[in-house]
Design a protein around this ligand. Sequence first.
Ligand code: EPS
Length: 400
Amino acid sequence: MLKFLTAGESHGKSLTAIVEGAPSGLPISPAGIDADLARRQGGYGRGGRMKIETDGVEITAGVRHGLTLGSPIALIIRNRDWENWADVMSPTPSPGYDESRAVTKPRPGHADLSGGLKYDHRDLRNVLERSSARETAARVAAGAVARRLLDEFGIKVYSWVTGIGGVEWQRRGNAPFDKIFDGAEASVVRCPDKKASREMVAAIDRAKKAGDSLGGVFEVVVAGVPPGLGSHVQWDRKLDGSLARALMSIQAIKGVEVGTGFGAGATPGSRVHDEIFYGRKADAAKGSYWPAPGGFFRKTNNAGGIEGGMSNGESIVLRAVMKPIPTLYKPLKSVDIATKEPFKASIERSDVCAVPAAAIVAESAVAFEVAREFLIKFGGDSVKEIERNYRGYLGQIARY
Ligand code: EPS
């Protein structure tokens, strides 16, 4: 079973990800992972921290001469900012450390107060260091391994921003995903539409000036997924359930849609469900992987590629909403946990908008879940064994 864990505090020495269950024979390079880490660091509206960090991964286990061994893969990303925090974040008692530097002012919208109450911490730094979205760098590193696996089988994961602070753009028509993606990559807010991008940048500028922050919506699309990932037979095997959980677990995500999503509540069934067609007989041997030419297909994809908790062979389409970052320059009312006195929470450094970065994190989270389900279905201990299993299945559906 493919799984990963992360460890690391925002201003601690480093972030660590351990990926277990990756097959042997998968080509992995630090440069490949770094490319995704760099994408996560970008986006208009990031704060001062991103000027300090240049995230790069060190692979310390599970890879030899560029290929995975099948053993756990350990990935380390150093926090450059750690040097400014060495005494505050020291794992051993720090003799000169001034206890009065404890954080006692919980910020509304953050994990601070709930985490303090739950873990009985009187210094809220013990909560905020780990709840920080800095952790997503480790998730992107783990996701990059999953992405490499999907690459081997022609499965691609894309994302683009569709809304920031009320400025919205909607994907229409049948433009190829590669093209939309290139447009997103060329935009500072990762929105493929130039006009909407400019308006989003202006909205971020306005929010920054007002000491405020902005959230938004992004879309993640997975192309090349064969039918049959996930299962209808048990609640915890449903693909949409796993994907929604993976997305919801990203810091600041407040909602997820699959396909038409909430729009389906206002549309009659006759216009929601994707009709089924059948083309000429598919020839599994000819197609590289999925989609195979011919066979069953749909002309619409309102289901977002998932029916009954299983992939149906169409592209998987997901959207998620990120709330505005709660660390605000504009003060919000809160109560000091030590004195119980009211105060107004404000800060010196934060991102104004991190929606473009969240979209990259979401690509990684989705890639990991799809790779996990792919291995559940076609699992083998080496890439070659998985390929045999996958080809056998594609042959089976071609003959169906
Ligand atoms: C974050 C606060 C900011 C962000 C950080 C997430 O960091 P700092 O408090 O050090 O200025 O820049 O994001 C990252 C460091 C990152 O790599 O994405 C928070 O509180 O979530």
